[in-house]
Design a protein around this ligand. Structure first.
Ligand code: GLA
Length: 382
């Protein structure tokens, strides 16, 4: 049974997952679980450099209905509502790889699970850079852990879900997305040190301050499996090697490298970690409006030094700031996906209009804009 009240929206999605489970198997699932997507407020491309991040959970969830069974079976409401059956966990492909991979990673980590029947229903936008894949992994992870009686520390669970993504799915990502999905708390942004996963939940009540956070999903799919993400990681590792430090987290503040590209990558990571520390200090005093310039500076650094932005993201950020946003930046891995804009609540409509018309004028896809709230992390729903 759930320890806390489920998020009402997660419950709704989980009911749909339960209906899909009943259709597929003709019986009730043993339980329902949900895990959210995320926005990263600031601290981008710092996670795999042992640095600082600040995500909050979005009220978009991957929900699963699941039961223990004789054989693995994965069902998804996505697309045509396909079912994939597997007698073993190796070699499962496509969307079901996120489910099979999570079970595999649990087993590899010594938490024996399965087989199980799992039905998935998610409304985290796929390709929006809002962690749709981590949401699936984390929902499946807590479901299997519960069904098979394992109590797993949430930090360790994040590493296991990351292992599924890295080693089974094959995307060389850091631990940001899975820890956001598993560890964020409603009404808070989570300040986390990726070196040891130590964290602080910082109150994040935008409405109380007359503010709102817009998320702009540019509808330009982000692609970090395409080699650019791995290339940035490799640059960071090489920069750290040349400096003789374990990771760029430890780069001396005024270090300089001969190679211009490596120097820019390092500069982004060092300054971004600084910006996260400044952001958390401001948030602790409850003056959220004061972080606007840090958000915008983060975008400029990701655009110019880290070179992971895109025309869609730059257009959205420039338009938001032009229309009076207090700050704006891309969020997540980049190369498409989503941007965020911190606005006075009263200006939300104006900023939204400006972002949409700027995209139209530039001949880009029409973005989807919504107001974010800091939602509850992964939890059992029933
Ligand atoms: C993606 C990855 C994360 C992180 C961000 C950039 O979302 O999955 O691990 O590296 O990009 O901050």
């Amino acid at each position: 049974m759930p320890a806390t009240d489920p998020d009402p929206h997660a419950l709704e999605l989980a009911e749909t997952a339960a209906a899909a489970f009943r259709d597929a198997h003709g019986e009730e699932p043993e339980g329902l679980w949900a895990a959210p997507g995320r926005v990263n407020l600031i601290g981008e491309h710092t996670d795999y450099n042992d640095g600082f991040v600040m995500p909050f959970a979005l009220p978009f969830y991957a929900a699963v209905a699941a039961s223990r069974a004789e054989e693995w079976s994965f069902h998804s409401t996505y697309g045509n509502g396909e079912t994939v059956r597997a007698t073993e966990l190796d070699g499962v492909e496509g969307w079901a790889a996120y489910l099979a991979g999570t079970a595999w990673a649990l087993n590899e980590s010594g938490f024996l699970v399965g087989p199980a029947r799992i039905a998935l229903h998610s409304d985290v936008p796929v390709g929006g850079g809002l962690s749709s894949s981590a949401a699936v992994e984390c929902a499946v992870l807590i479901a299997l852990a519960d069904l098979y009686g394992h109590e797993i520390d949430r930090g360790e669970a994040a590493r296991i879900a990351q292992k599924a993504e890295n080693e089974y799915v094959g995307a060389p990502t850091g631990v940001l997305d899975q820890s956001a999905s598993l560890l964020c708390e409603a009404g808070h942004v989570m300040f986390m040190d990726c070196r040891d996963l130590s964290r602080e939940q910082v109150p994040f009540d935008l409405a109380a301050e007359g503010l709102a956070m817009l998320v702009v999903d540019t509808q330009a799919p982000h692609r970090h499996a395409d080699g650019e993400y791995a290339a940035r990681r490799a640059d960071c590792e090489e920069a750290a090697r040349q400096l003789g430090v374990a990771s760029l987290r430890d780069a001396p503040r005024h270090a300089k490298l001969d190679d211009d590209q490596l120097n820019k990558r390092m500069h982004h990571v060092v300054t971004e970690n600084d910006r996260v520390l400044k952001t958390v200090e401001i948030l602790r005093t409850g003056r959220v409006a004061g972080i606007g310039d840090l958000l915008t500076a983060s975008h400029v650094s990701l655009r110019d030094d880290y070179e992971v932005s895109s025309v869609e993201l730059d257009t959205a950020v420039d338009a938001a700031i032009g229309a009076g946003a207090l700050g704006a930046r891309m969020t997540g891995g980049g190369f498409g996906g989503s941007a965020i804009a911190l606005v006075e609540a009263a200006a939300a409509g104006k900023v939204e209009d400006a972002v949409i018309s700027a995209a139209a004028q530039a001949g880009l896809p029409v973005p989807r804009v919504f107001v974010a709230r800091a939602a509850q992390g992964a939890h059992r729903v029933r």
